[in-house]
Design a protein around this ligand. Structure first.
Ligand SMILES: Cc1cc2nc3c(=O)[nH]c(=O)nc-3n(C[C@H](O)[C@H](O)[C@H](O)COP(=O)(O)OP(=O)(O)OC[C@H]3O[C@@H](n4cnc5c(N)ncnc54)[C@H](O)[C@@H]3O)c2cc1C
Length: 404
């Protein structure tokens, strides 16, 4: 890479970095020189390429949260983007299923939240209607969300990148930013292939967002803790067990949704993901361990405070990760007839979950303004659904912080 100068460099070629870069060039500052730098040989290979592919409707999130705002608005913008760019998606709908009185009460709260968030078409349904929607699912009550859908987020990210490049933006792959030097009037981003010079920076580095913020000298008070989500795939002869998306009522203490069934846009049905601590930030397999990154996790005070609060759940997740029997038992809570033989090993994704020094799992998105930068510190699910809305928000922050 030749030494080049930009008005803005976006670090991270995931769906959020690409959405932001596209919107800077197309919506706000067409004349700015903008580049995206991605450390891997392709864009969208981490969270963006390893997720459930669900276009969330916005039920779960506190009404005053950015997650609620960006998910509901983002899902609409995403569907419109897909329509305009001929990207296939399917508004297949989703049921969240309650199996006991305590879950029914929590489901009611979710229903109210969904309405407060402006999610359209929500309906509480009894066992009969549930059987019509999902004949193999058992529950005493369910929340039907007809606007929830599915899409391939790699394709969405590729379309963002294409539009960005057509508008004159540069995308550099194989370009990990290893150091950032601040000179009097610019930032120098070092990569093994050469340096980039930038007036401003937008940090969308996902699993490494805290590290990039540190390179800029920011004291961000969070650390990214990687949580792997492992999936099983239903064997083709068992696909008929699931029509659309089937979720349990989540535990309100966690930002994760509980293992569920997802029919993806390519016709496969996946079961998962669980949420286990990964010993490497991009550790997609149980055997993937990075001593350096594990050391960072285990020496972070926030990790131990979180572990003290949630040790029971964490042990349960580890047990389920190593025991297919336990995984199947949990899935039977949704589809009683599901058996071990219906499930083949599937893939995995790793969530970039920010944890504060006080041990709190950050519930909402966290996007902050630094001196010459905007940092996306926490953008787990529904980050892909919300990518256009988050990108628009980042562009606004960028305009305030370094607009000219
Ligand atoms: C298991 C799982 C299931 C999920 N399911 C859903 C779902 O169904 N619906 C939904 O809306 N969301 C879902 N999400 C969340 C969603 O995938 C994320 O919110 C979204 O992909 C975040 O995008 P991103 O661009 O921030 O991160 P990423 O896609 O991780 O991109 C960050 C990029 O930065 C690059 N990078 C890092 N460090 C550097 C560096 N130093 N230099 C250059 N490049 C760097 C990385 O290589 C990476 O490509 C899920 C996530 C997971 C893990």
């Amino acid at each position: 890479m030749d030494s080049k100068s930009y008005d803005v460099v976006v670090i991270g070629g995931g769906i959020i970095g690409l959405s932001t870069a596209m919107q800077i060039k197309l919506e706000k500052y067409p004349d700015w020189r903008v580049a995206v730098v991605e450390k891997d040989s392709e864009i969208a290979t981490h969270q963006t390429g390893h997720n459930s592919g669900v276009i969330h409707s916005g039920i779960y999130y506190r009404p005053d949260s950015q997650k609620a705002q960006f998910c509901v608005g983002g899902a609409k913008s995403l569907r419109q983007f897909c329509d305009e760019n001929e990207i296939e998606y399917n508004q297949c709908g989703k049921v969240i299923v309650a199996n006991n009185d305590a879950e029914v009460a929590r489901l009611q709260t979710l229903h109210e939240r969904g309405i407060a968030n402006g999610v359209e078409g929500l309906e509480m349904v009894g066992p009969e209607r549930l059987k019509e929607l999902e004949p193999h699912v058992a529950g005493i009550q369910a929340l039907w969300a007809p606007t929830t859908g599915i899409v391939d987020y790699r394709k969405v990210a590729a379309a963002y990148a294409e539009k960005f490049q057509q508008a004159g933006g540069d995308v550099f792959t194989n370009a990990p930013v290893t150091r950032i030097i601040r000179t009097q009037d610019e930032l120098v981003l070092e990569t093994p292939g050469g340096a980039l010079h930038a007036k401003h920076l937008i940090n969308c580095a996902g699993l490494y967002a805290d590290r990039v913020a540190e390179m800029m000298g920011e004291d961000v008070d969070i650390q990214i803790i990687p949580f792997r989500g492992e999936y099983f795939t239903l064997r083709p002869e068992s696909h008929h067990l699931v029509n659309g998306l089937v979720y349990p009522v989540p535990d309100p203490r966690f930002p994760f949704l509980g293992v569920h069934f997802t029919r993806n846009i390519h016709g496969y049905v996946e079961a998962g993901p669980n949420a286990v601590l990964a010993l490497k930030r991009e550790g997609y397999r149980k055997v993937d361990v990075s001593l350096g990154e594990s050391f960072q996790t285990f020496t972070y005070p926030g990790f131990w405070k979180m572990a003290m609060k949630h040790w029971k759940t964490a042990l349960g997740e580890i047990h389920r990760s190593y025991s297919k029997k336990v995984f199947v038992r949990d899935l039977q809570g949704l589809i009683p007839e599901i058996q071990d033989a219906d499930l083949a090993p599937g893939g995995a994704g790793v969530r970039a979950q920010a944890v504060s020094r006080s041990g709190a799992l950050l519930d909402d998105f966290s996007i902050i303004r630094g001196r010459e930068a905007v940092h996306v510190l926490n953008a787990p699910s529904p980050g892909a659904t919300s990518s256009l809305a988050i990108g628009a928000h980042i562009v606004e922050l960028a305009a305030e912080a370094f607009g000219e």
